[in-house]
Design a protein around this ligand. Structure first.
Ligand SMILES: Nc1ncnc2c1ncn2[C@@H]1O[C@H](COP(=O)(O)OP(=O)(O)OP(=O)(O)O)[C@@H](O)[C@H]1O
Length: 273
């Protein structure tokens, strides 16, 4: 008589159990898979992004830094996997997004002030609530330019400042920034970088920042997420705990230099692999 030694060959494969990240995790990514034109970019990718921290995303060209934050922010569909924000879905989470290309980010037919207030109006806030929030934003960004101008009448740095103010207006739980400085000159980069740091210190908003510039990535970060070439995995996550505010002196401090050096070594190892 034939004995059945194993279970049924065609039993359904059980769905993987969702394992939440450790205490203090804001975004949990599990089993994320994304193919472009039949080629895997991410396959079964897991990640925990900490709450009330700045995470910088750095990695080889084309490894999928922008696609990663765009998938988490719901701008690019995923093939499979699960992404939760503090245990909630994206639909139940307030997010803000700052695009690299500020020229196309603001509505050209709205005055800058109305661009910034736009998400508050979408939320149905009263005029008094909008005015109060606008006053707070103007104070915290120390805005010196005329918000009644149209975006095309502003400099690039002023437009990007307005984009960041708009993204922060509704008090997002998470702020996504895709290379927010790359289209700005050096002076404006320094200015906006400091503003972002100030806002972070005031509000503790979780930020996920894609950067091409390693110095900038480390300077702002609590964690540097280093990615591999595609199919993309986490190469390493480096913690950088220098106190804030970080200043020009930070750039020559031993722990900053050490973190940047280690990031560069990991990056080069992954590029050569
Ligand atoms: N809509 C798309 N269709 C096909 N391929 C895409 C699409 N979007 C992105 N890709 C490919 O996916 C890969 C990752 O792109 P992504 O822009 O996310 O990378 P990145 O790391 O941000 O790039 P970079 O370092 O150049 O800014 C690239 O090879 C890109 O060509």
């Amino acid at each position: 008589m034939t004995q059945v030694l194993h279970g049924p060959m065609y039993a359904d494969i059980p769905a993987p159990v969702f394992t939440p990240g450790p205490q203090g995790t804001q975004i949990t990514v599990r089993g994320l898979t994304k193919y472009f034109a039949g080629w895997p970019l991410y396959e079964n990718f897991d990640l925990n992004i900490p709450k009330q921290k700045i995470t910088s995303v750095f990695g080889p060209n084309g490894c999928g830094k922008s696609t990663l934050i765009n998938m988490i922010a719901g701008l690019v569909p995923i093939d499979s996997g699960e992404i939760l924000f503090d245990g909630k879905s994206l639909e139940d989470t307030k997010i803000g997004y700052v695009f690299q290309n500020y020229r196309e980010a603001l509505f050209p037919w709205l005055r800058t002030i109305d661009n910034i207030a736009y998400p508050l109006k979408l939320e149905g806030r009263s005029k008094a609530q909008v005015d109060r929030r606008m006053a707070e934003l103007v104070a915290s960004f120390d805005v010196k330019f005329d918000l009644n101008r149209f975006p095309y009448e502003l400099s690039g740095g002023q437009q990007q400042t307005a984009s960041i103010m708009r993204a922060l207006a509704p008090h997002p739980e998470v702020l996504f920034l895709d290379e927010p400085f790359s289209a700005l000159d050096f002076e404006m980069t320094l200015f906006i970088r400091e503003k972002l740091q100030q806002v972070f210190m005031q509000t503790g908003t979780t930020m996920l920042l894609v950067s091409h510039d390693l110095e900038e990535a480390v300077y702002l970060a609590d964690e540097v997420l280093l990615l591999t070439k595609r199919p993309t995995r986490v190469a390493e996550i480096l913690r950088y705990a220098a106190p804030r505010p970080r200043t020009l002196e930070t750039l020559s401090a031993p722990d900053f230099i050490q973190t940047r050096k280690l990031s560069l070594e990991i990056f080069q190892r992954e590029v050569r692999r």
